[in-house]
Design a binder for this molecule. Structure first.
Ligand code: ADP
Length: 164
């Protein structure tokens, strides 16, 4: 088991400064962070998994301690396959808690050696979610404070050139 790898799973549709903050702070604790983009065909997404991976790769390409991958099926199976023990998740408001608690309990029950560690959101990103970014972007609002320029450009393309 590799104790120094953390798997950071999510939809990342799209990747925001909130996600970036968790990765940056996670790197203070773990040697390697694998950003694992869920290949969940049930969830309606704006960007395809390939588009999300491509964007995140560009955002982290100069950091050899960050990898970007995709996974399908059970998260714990993927974590074990990576020889990792830790699932890293971010926690925002109380509203995140119920679902994250359930998920962490379930994953730990299915696979005892896997632990979920939570990192509290930085206050300035507490309100930030991919859905809010998509909503504001769709309506033509300025999202440059929430997402890296690359993501901002890709969102503008999706929304028919709604440049901010
Ligand atoms: P999911 O679809 O699995 O909820 P997301 O892509 O929305 O995935 O988020 C991935 C992870 O990043 C989750 O643990 C989520 O709580 C965390 N996260 C998202 N936005 C923020 C933020 N602004 N601050 C802290 N954590 C965040």
């Amino acid at each position: 088991m590799n104790r120094h790898i953390a798997i950071y799973p999510g939809s990342f549709d799209p990747f925001t400064y909130g996600h970036m903050d968790i990765v940056r702070r996670g790197l203070e604790i773990f040697d390697t962070i694998v950003i694992a983009v869920a290949n969940n065909s049930d969830k309606k997404s704006l960007f395809t998994v390939a588009e999300r991976v491509e964007m995140i790769n560009q955002l982290v390409e100069n950091n050899p301690r960050v990898r970007v991958e995709t996974f399908g099926g059970l998260l714990v199976d993927y974590v074990v396959e990576k020889k990792a023990r830790v699932i890293l998740r971010g926690l925002r408001a109380v509203t995140d808690f119920e679902f994250e608690f359930q998920l962490a309990q379930m994953n730990h029950t299915v696979c005892q050696q896997v632990e979920t560690l939570f990192m509290m959101t930085s206050p300035k990103f507490a309100y930030l979610s991919s859905s809010i970014v998509k909503e504001v972007g769709r309506l033509g609002g300025d999202i440059s404070k929430f997402v890296p320029p690359l993501v901002n450009e890709e969102l503008a393309k999706k929304f028919g050139g709604n440049k901010n």
